[in-house]
Design a binder for this molecule. Sequence first.
Ligand SMILES: [Zn+2]
Length: 206
Amino acid sequence: MLEHYTEAFVFDNKINKELDAVITLYTRDFGKVIARAKSARKITSKLNSHLQPLNFANVRLIEKNALSAGKQRFQVVDALTIENNSRWEKNPGNLAKFLNIAQFINEMTFELHQDLRLWQAIKKIFSADLVELEDRIIYLGLLKILGFDSEHASCVVCDNPQTDYFSKSEHIFLCIKCACPAKRDSLAAAGKITQNQLLFIGNAGR
Ligand SMILES: [Zn+2]
C-alpha cells in the first residue's frame, strides 16, 4: 500500500451504493485518477465538501496493490480545498460552461497518464481570470495539448477547411454542415482561430 500527496482538480463526484463517493480527479503527479472516498455522502463528511466538481484541493491518496484492488485501487483519505467552486456561483451560465469543459477533459483523458502541460492548462482555465474566454478558444487549446491540432485540420467528411466542431466520440474535426445536429451533445465547438489566441495556454504543444 502506497500513500501519495498531490494537488488535484475535481472533474466529478458520484455516489455509489454504499454511500461512498467515486471521485474523478486530475492530479498534478499522476494525471487522471478515479478514487473512492469512504462514506463521503454522509451529511457530516468534511471530506466531501473538499471534493466538489471544479474544486482544486491538496489530496492524500492511498494506492492499493493493483492486482488485488480491482476497480478500487485508489482511495482519497484526506483533502483540503485550495480553491472551491463557489467562484462560479454568481453566474450559473459560467458554472454550466466550466462543468462541460471539465467533462470534456475527463472524457478525453485516460487514467494515470501524467501530463504537466494539461495540468498547467487546467490550472489556468479553471482559475477565475479566464472566465470570459470564449469556449471554442478553450476547447481548441485543450485539443492542441491532447494532440489534435486544428491549425491544418479540415472536415473529415467534405474536406472543408472551416472546422466548426470536434467530435469527442470519434476524435475528428467536422464542418457545420457535416456535424449532425442530433449529435451536437458529443461535439465541442472548435471553429478556426488564430494560433495567437491559443497563447493563453502558454507554449503548449510546440
Ligand atoms: Zn464537412
